[in-house]
Write a protein that binds this ligand. Sequence first.
Ligand SMILES: [Zn+2]
Length: 443
Amino acid sequence: MHKLIAISIFLFSYCLLAQTDQRIYEIMDKVSAERIKNDVTTLANFGTRHTLSDTISNTRGIGAARRWIKSEFDKISNNCNNCLEMSFQKDLVKKDENDRIPKDVWVVNVMAIQRGSKYPDRYIIMSGDIDSRVSDANNYISDSPGANDNASGMAGTIEAARVLSHYKFENSIVYLGLSGEEQGLFGGQGLVKSSKEKGWDIIGIFNNDMIGNIKGVDGIISNTDFRIFSEPVPPTETERERNMRRFYGGEVDGISRQLARYVHKNVKTYMPEMNPMMIYRLDRFGRGGHHRPFNDAGYAGIRIMEAHENYTQQHQDIRVENGIAYGDVLEHVNFEYAKKLTAVNAINLASLAWAPPAPKEVKIGGIVEPSAKFQWSKVPGAVGYKIYWRDTTSPTWDHSRFVGDVSEFTLEGVVLDNFFFGVSAVSKDGFESVVVFPNAILR
Ligand SMILES: [Zn+2]
């Protein structure tokens, strides 16, 4: 009898743990709007952070800005027993590479790595951009505070490092300041190239680009709406994979889309007051961002940003015209909102950094049978696996079943044709990998 009660209590608390983890609430609550405000202010006060701007001055230009970002990471590291590894990653971009590179320029990224204890070479990345611009993309002289675009994303990344550096994770977290965004996504391209050379296993990137504006050009004001952009399938897929998709599905189930769903679900669980909007596209219509170089190389990556943009406050010379105050200045940034989106990043970085790797191979079968069958490759550190499924028209994984530490399972009475399926790996504390859409057929 006592044994039964003990087992019941264990199962009950296990279920609770699997639902939510107190540390995630703690992380969420530790993010500070005040510190984000200070950092956005500091970044905006470098006058301009244009990629081609001055690099010698200590008060103006992108050189001063990147050295300051590095010094902030240094400070954070000093407060966590040197838990961060700082570096500059740079590439020389030659004049006329495109029409936004009027002279040779070193594109320099700033990086801090919080090394994982169990999987030091698996990385989850949060990024913001260092550089800014005004109306003329090649004007590197005029004041270009870039308070929202993208000091907000940069400050959020620094703040996430401040909060998460007080925890220990199994996977490595990268806090990344990218440069050259406005000139043609050069910083991201350089970073991807160097991480490929180093053989990084990248779980994914959260590219934060404009996370501070709540007043849209559409007249909507919302401090809870935000967007998660993800492309449907990787551009690196093979002809064979594309053909397979016609018969087995997966048109809206690429790796970046699964990362988007992961973030969406975590936000719905831990920050139910927020309204995450999954946008089923790489980026805004015809526009770009720094997750794209990662997607181009076959890595999962999403863009996290405000829902309601204001174009009079992006890429604009500071001026008043017809009564409208143009310019990306401090006054337009809502720091409480930037704090919320920073928390969105922080809780998802933590969840993934505490999660086991996702199963590499997931096979699905059950053609002309009444049940769906699965088989997957086990991963170290998982106490079990979760099978997810959803209606074919649903954007979210609405049904799931935890199936324990096995490598195959049959969902009795669930007909293969009527749902989409996926499998995740689960840690002992209930942290989950990203869901893997089946990538092989079980015969
Ligand atoms: Zn921009």
